[in-house]
Design a protein around this ligand. Sequence first.
Ligand code: ZN
Length: 256
Amino acid sequence: MRKKTNRLGAFLKIAVILIFLLGLFVFWRDHQNRQQVETGETTQTQTETSSKQTSSAKKTASSTLPEVSPNDWELVLVNRDHITAEMNPQLTEVGGIQVDSRIAQNVQDFLAAAQAIDAQEHLISGYRSVAYQEELYRSYVEQEKSADPNLSQEEAEKKVQTYSQPAGASEHQTGLAIDMSTVDSLNESDPDVVAKIRALAPKYGFVLRFPEGKTDSTGVGYEDWHFRYVGKASAKYMTKHNLTLEEYLTKLKEAG
Ligand SMILES: [Zn+2]
């Protein structure tokens, strides 16, 4: 009887140990599974986040460049490398000058906004025909030559080209460019006023076309009064990224 009890006791002890070990195993297995699930979820979340970041980065990079074509009428490029024949735009008079009829309202609104900053703001020049530009350019060359008789024709023209363009190379012939200032002389307006006007220009679709430090790109010296209509989306992008029309068009063409 005693032996039997002993055997029963030993059996129970083994059973308890086995149950304990089984419990331990079950606990360990559950724990492992939970860890795997957690790790898996984390990995998945990380993947989702990083793929979201990648797609948003792609989206930011592409969508900030406005969906416009370099061939759009607002983005026509006229400069000494892009000599253009008379374009005969349809014209509308605004504030004593003529502009392409499609931008007449923008010019009107931009002028009103500029006058709210400084009442002296006024329009000086808008559309100029290729024929008139030729006349103007010749007269400037003659002025330079009479001011300095030692200048050759070439030297005089080079000097003039820092502030006026030969026939076919001035964007005033597009009807999309305006000269607007508080005074009738180039680069003599209060720089603080110019900075304010420049900042609000994109709201009306304009950019300061010949900014400081961009002569290498535009081929023209700084002009505090020459604004060019390029459309609101392009104007905002160009201003934000400090791009000239030449640089912006290159970027648009690269983006395809
Ligand atoms: Zn101008």
